[in-house]
Design a protein around this ligand. Structure first.
Ligand code: FES
Ligand SMILES: [Fe+2]
Length: 341
């Protein structure tokens, strides 16, 4: 069932209309339990509930009786029960019981939740609000390759727009400055010219970066290694960075965003690698959290808060070639140039 543009939304209407046509990640499967789980996407509050272990349902988090949040209710008798007057809904969102009307038969058939279109992939729950996804999910090969071990990081809520975060993930000129505490090489800030290749989903590009490579997560050992960085991007906000070492080690970072509101973004990151299979997950997660902290303060401080689509609003350098294409892509999707994302 398509979800309507919420009247309280702070999104520009044309931005919301375009973004509601995509799949967005809203939660990890591992976040779910036998309690209703609230999430937010594009200013729409949703509730994920499991009436049985194998069954997932997602509805707008508004009881159709008097608008109470179902996520504050509970699951019993394979139903989600609204906390306000106890109406009970099954996995299809159909009302099955109105306690205040018993033993009189109320017309349950007329009371139904607004269910949303969802799917599961890469351990994430993805939601499409308009019921007609314009593009498929990103294709993330390492998740289906036994040579790789995948580590999921805890999601983070950033006070930044999805556009600002995505541009930061794909920005290459900041590596030697912002990331000098982890993998950035402060002595080699020059970015070689790269080509942005358009794909059906977004863009690909490749360049070499002389990274400070932390060979062993459990020690301080590191050395400069020329790594081939392959970036693959899928609209609207799913990014992949595959970092190839000359000795055959490959680490791929997957970054995708749930745009909760125009200026708040929930970040989901997974790391796949074909080496160091025995390194504890928490060491990998700690390293990625340190990288995120390096980025976060600057991205949350950028003004304007929304990434401007007009090329005239900010000044650009040669290394920004990807960023200009990224902004143009939203204009091709139907968002005005004077808007932001
Ligand atoms: S508001 Fe949900 S039962 Fe009344
Ligand atoms: Fe960064």
């Amino acid at each position: 069932m398509p979800v309507k543009y919420p009247s309280h939304s702070t999104y520009d209407r044309e931005v919301w209309d375009v973004l509601s046509g995509f799949w967005h990640p809203v939660a990890r499967l591992s976040d779910l339990s036998n309690e209703p789980f609230p999430v937010k996407l594009l200013d729409v509050s949703l509730v994920i509930y499991q009436t049985e272990e194998t069954s997932i349902s997602i509805a707008t988090d508004i009881c159709p009786h008097r608008g109470a949040p179902l996520s504050k209710g509970r699951i019993e008798r394979k139903r989600i029960i609204c906390p306000y007057h106890g109406l009970e809904y099954d996995k299809s969102g159909q009302c099955q019981r109105v306690p205040a009307s018993e033993p009189h038969a109320d017309n349950c058939a007329a009371i139904k939740l607004t269910m949303v279109n969802w799917c599961e992939k890469y351990g994430l729950i993805w939601v499409n609000l308009n019921g007609k996804p314009t593009k498929p999910l990103p294709k993330w090969a390492a998740f289906e390759d036994d040579n790789y071990i995948v580590v999921d990081c805890d999601s983070e809520l950033w006070n930044a727009s999805a556009g600002r975060h995505t541009e930061n993930f794909n920005d290459v000129a900041h590596l030697s400055f912002i990331h000098s505490g982890t993998f950035g090489n402060p002595n080699d800030p020059l970015i070689e010219r790269y080509k942005v290749e358009k794909t059906d989903e977004g863009f690909d590009r490749t360049f070499t970066y002389n990274e400070i490579d932390k060979i062993d997560y459990l020690s301080d050992k590191s050395e400069v290694v020329p790594k081939i960085y392959n970036y693959r991007f899928t609209y609207p906000f799913a990014s992949e960075l595959e970092m190839n070492s000359p000795d055959g080690r490959v680490m791929t970072i997957y970054d995708c965003i749930c745009p909760e509101s125009p200026t708040t973004s929930r970040i989901f990151i997974s790391l796949a690698r074909n080496y160091d299979r025995d390194t504890p997950e928490k060491e990998i997660q700690k390293w990625q959290a340190a990288v995120n902290d390096e980025d976060r303060w600057v991205v949350e401080s950028q003004l304007p808060k929304l990434l401007p689509l007009s090329p005239k609003t900010e000044k650009h350098i040669a290394a920004d070639a990807w960023s200009l294409e990224f902004r143009d892509g939203f204009v091709r999707l139907g968002i005005s140039r004077d808007n932001g994302i």
